[in-house]
Design a protein around this ligand. Structure first.
Ligand SMILES: [Zn+2]
Length: 424
């Protein structure tokens, strides 16, 4: 059995576990078999050593929320803090897209994610084309088939469409499947219930956008506001729609969606009760800091969520509301914006918490024996080191030079690193 040893000056196995001059051993079929101080190249015919030098090996970064199919919208959306204006622009832009546009966009986004250190992306597919487009990409992906329909009479057809997409999926070792009812202002109670039941039946994860804007809260409370006009303009506002008169999180609980411990995306507006419900139902929050800032939302309740023990993961959202798909950029932005978060917390949100949200926390998110060898390698500047290395990285030290998925180098910056490969 061939063993690969990745050696680097630092290995950050977990948020609070940094090794100096260490090696990560990877066995077939891509699992970590050992982490230990570097003792020099071992003897034996079946070992190859990749020495990354002045670098840090860390668990692969997990992007817990993105829409890769929107990658081609980069630079095409007029900056606005009005959420419905932004949504209207996206709807307009996409009217002319062909299936090939979607597929190209998804592949371009996957390449960007991989180049910036993400080894796993949770991707929302509204087109139904993402999963197939992503199969050749060497990044690990959780593809969530999205459904949108506020009219209850369209629920059956939407569920059938999602079921068909799930059934068409050939098993793929780097792909997991999920379902994504879009949001409480665009999904009927019936569709939410049926997709939650479908996810339970299939044992797959569910994710939904929720508590994103004040307008969403108003729409659910009183059936008024910006969403009524927006949905009306699309012909998607059902006659006789009655607001549940609930905040979004209690609403999802009543619908049975939280039994699933889903990934709740954004959660920009939560009160104490909502946070307690999220914690009690072991749901995860996918916080998208730069997208949150793009819309000028109020302070995100991430600190309170973490203090309550909620599993908070990080996502980039799409290039329609962000400037890159780099999780490192996301972590650095968050570190600058939120001095009440510890470096270790930010790191955990971008690794283990993301894996946990996707029900993969027992095999991904740490550099640990038995875990998949999904690793991100950052080259460090000469002066980097010491006890606050993670803080230095979040302040900007280090650039991604390689992304390893299931033991394979899925991307590397510079071919010269392959010349440091030495077969024993
Ligand atoms: Zn989203």
């Amino acid at each position: 059995m061939i063993r690969t040893i990745h050696r680097a000056q630092f290995v950050l196995a977990e948020a609070d576990f940094l090794l100096q001059d260490a090696a990560v051993h990877v066995c077939d079929p891509g699992r970590i078999s050992r982490i230990e101080p570097w003792h020099g190249k071992p003897s034996g015919q079946d070992v190859r050593v990749i020495d990354w030098g002045k670098a840090i090996i860390m668990p692969g970064l997990v992007n817990s929320h993105t829409h890769l199919e929107l990658t081609r919208l980069a630079g095409r959306i007029r900056q606005t803090t009005s959420f419905v204006d932004w949504l209207s622009q996206i709807v307009r832009e996409r009217r002319e897209w062909t299936p090939e546009h979607y597929a190209e966009s998804v592949r371009a986004g996957a390449a960007m994610a991989l180049r910036s250190g993400s080894t796993l992306v949770a991707d929302i597919s509204s087109s139904g084309l993402s999963r197939q487009a992503l199969v050749p990409e060497r990044i690990r992906k959780a593809v969530f088939e999205e459904a949108v329909a506020l009219a209850p009479e369209r629920a059956d057809e939407s569920v059938a469409d999602v079921e068909r997409r799930l059934q068409e999926a050939e098993p793929d070792p780097l792909t997991t499947l999920g379902v994504s009812p879009h949001a409480p202002y665009s999904v009927s109670p019936r569709l939410y219930r049926e997709l939650a039941a479908l996810a339970r039946r299939r044992g797959i994860q569910l994710t939904t956008h929720v508590a994103e804007t004040r307008e969403e809260l108003e729409f659910l409370e009183s059936g008024t506001g910006a969403f009524v006009h927006f949905l009306g303009s699309l012909g998607a506002m059902p006659a006789g729609w009655a607001p549940p008169k609930l905040d979004p999180i209690p609403y999802l609980e009543v619908l049975g969606v939280l039994q699933q411990s889903p990934i709740l995306v954004h959660c920009n507006y939560l009160d104490a009760h909502a946070m307690a419900v999220i914690q009690r139902t072991h749901s995860s929050v996918a916080f998208c800091p730069r997208s949150h800032a793009y819309f000028g939302h109020e302070n995100h309740p991430v600190r309170q969520c973490l203090d309550l023990g909620v599993n908070v993961a990080l996502g980039t959202d799409s290039l329609a509301s962000n400037t890159s798909l780099s999780m490192l950029d996301e972590m650095r932005f968050l570190s600058r914006a939120r001095k009440d978060l510890k470096c270790e917390e930010i790191f955990r949100m971008a690794t283990l918490n993301g894996a946990t949200a996707l029900n993969l926390g027992r095999v991904l998110g740490r550099v640990r024996r038995g875990y998949w060898a999904d690793l991100t390698v950052l080259r460090l500047p000469e002066e980097a080191g010491g006890r606050n290395l993670l803080a230095q990285i979040l302040e900007g030290a280090g650039e991604c030079i390689a992304t390893i998925v299931k033991g394979e180098i899925a991307w590397q910056r510079d071919e010269h690193f392959s010349s440091s490969v030495t077969a024993a």
